[in-house]
Design a binder for this molecule. Structure first.
Ligand code: ADP
Ligand code: MG
Length: 319
C-alpha cells in the first residue's frame, strides 16, 4: 500500500488573547490508500483542527500536508479549490451543517454546481444515484427540507453530499457523536458500505476508542495537540504502549456489572494547551512520569512492528 495522505510535522496555532495556542503540535502520520485510520483523544486535543488543516480550511502554521504526492500547504486558492473535490469532510452535527431553507435535492447537488456540472438532467441523475446509495428514496426526499428529517437521516444527506463528487479521502469528524445510540451502528455500517462501494480512504475521528475500534485498520491517539501512539487496531487494544492509550482503554465501559471499573490512571483535567507541560505533555497525569519526562519531549519511536509511541517509558516493547 502507498500513502494517500501524509502529514509531516504538522503544526496549527491559534492566536488567543495575544498568545499562541498550539492546537496541533508537530504531528506526523500517514494514511494509506484504502485504509481507515481512526483518530482519537479527549475533547479539545486538536482532532477537528487537524482535520480542517488537512483540507486547508485552517492553514497550518508549520509542516506539510501531502495528498497523493501534492503538497497542499503551498497551493494557491484556485488549485486548492480543484483539489478539494478529492477530499471531503463529514461533520459531527448533521442538522447544523445543512442549510434549513434549501431542499435536500439542491443541497446534495450543490457541489456539482460548484464544479461546473451545468446539465440539470445529469445533476439529477447523479443526485438520485447517490441518494439511493445512502438509503434515501429520491422521489420522497428530494423536495423536502432538512427539518423534516431525523438526525440519522440528516447524516445520510451529509454523506450523500460528501460523496457526490466521488472523493478519494473522506474525513469523518465524529460522525455519530451527536446521534442517538440506537442509530449509530446504522451510520457506521453505511460509512463502511460507502467505503467499499466508492473505494474511499477514511480518516475517522472520534473521542472514544470504542467507536473507532470496529471501523479502523490502525488507530492514532492524540493528547493535547501531540500524537501519543499509532498502531494497528488489534495491537493497540491488546498491548497499548502509551500510558494514555491504556487510560482510554480503561475508560471503555464494560457491559458486565460484576466487573469493577478500572481505577483511573490519570487524575484531573487535561492542562491548558495555552500553557502545556514541559517535556511530555501527558506527564502531569501519568503514573510513570519521572524527571526525564519533564525535561525531554519524547519522540515517536517504533516499540514493536508497526506500533509507534511517544513515551520515555512505554508499557510494551519489542516481542
Ligand atoms: P477536538 O476536535 O479534539 O475537540 P479542536 O481541534 O476543536 O479539538 O480544538 C483544539 C484546541 O484548539 C482546543 O483547546 C480549542 O479550544 C482550541 N480552538 C479550536 N478552535 C479554535 C479557534 N477558532 N480559535 C482559538 N482556539 C481554538
Ligand atoms: Mg472536534
Amino acid at each position: 500500500m502507498s500513502a494517500l495522505l501524509s502529514l509531516e510535522n504538522l503544526t496549527v496555532e491559534y492566536a488567543v488573547g495575544g498568545r499562541s495556542l498550539f492546537a496541533v503540535s508537530d504531528v506526523s502520520l500517514h494514511v494509506d490508500r484504502g485504509e481507515t485510520l481512526g483518530l482519537v483523544g479527549e475533547s479539545g486535543c486538536g482532532k477537528s483542527t487537524l482535520g480542517r488543516a488537512v483540507l486547508q480550511l485552517r492553514r497550518p502554521t508549520g509542516g506539510k500536508v501531502v495528498f497523493d504526492g501534492t503538497e497542499l500547504t503551498g497551493l494557491g486558492a484556485e488549485k486548492m479549490r480543484l483539489m478539494r473535490r478529492r477530499l471531503q469532510l463529514i461533520f459531527q452535527d448533521p442538522i447544523a451543517s445543512l442549510n434549513p431553507r434549501r431542499r435536500i435535492g439542491d443541497i446534495i447537488a450543490e457541489p456539482l454546481i460548484i464544479v461546473g456540472v451545468t446539465d440539470k438532467a445529469e445533476r439529477d441523475r447523479r443526485v438520485r444515484e447517490v441518494m439511493t446509495a445512502v438509503g434515501l428514496d429520491p422521489d420522497v426526499a428530494m423536495g423536502r427540507l432538512p427539518h423534516e428529517f431525523s438526525g440519522g437521516q440528516c447524516q445520510r444527506i451529509c454523506i450523500a453530499r460528501a460523496l457526490i463528487l466521488e472523493p478519494e479521502l473522506v474525513i469523518c469528524d465524529e460522525p455519530v457523536s451527536a446521534l442517538d445510540v440506537s442509530i449509530r451502528a446504522q451510520i457506521l455500517n453505511l460509512l463502511e458500505e460507502m467505503k467499499r462501494r466508492y473505494g474511499l480512504t477514511l480518516l475517522f475521528i472520534a473521542h472514544d476508542l470504542a467507536v473507532v475500534k470496529a471501523v479502523s485498520d490502525r488507530i492514532a491517539v492524540m493528547y493535547l495537540g501531540k500524537l501519543c501512539e499509532i498502531a494497528p487496531t488489534e495491537r493497540l487494544f491488546a498491548q497499548p504502549a502509551h500510558p494514555y492509550t491504556a487510560l482510554l482503554l480503561d475508560a471503555i465501559p464494560v457491559p458486565d456489572p460484576t466487573v469493577r471499573p478500572a481505577t483511573n490512571l490519570a487524575v484531573g483535567e487535561p492542562p491548558s494547551p495555552l500553557d502545556p507541560p514541559s517535556g511530555c505533555r501527558f506527564r502531569t497525569r501519568c503514573p510513570r512520569a519521572d524527571r526525564q519526562c519533564a525535561a525531554e519531549v519524547p519522540p515517536l519511536r517504533e516499540v514493536a512492528a508497526g506500533q509507534f509511541a511517544a513515551c520515555h517509558h512505554p508499557l510494551t516493547g519489542p516481542a
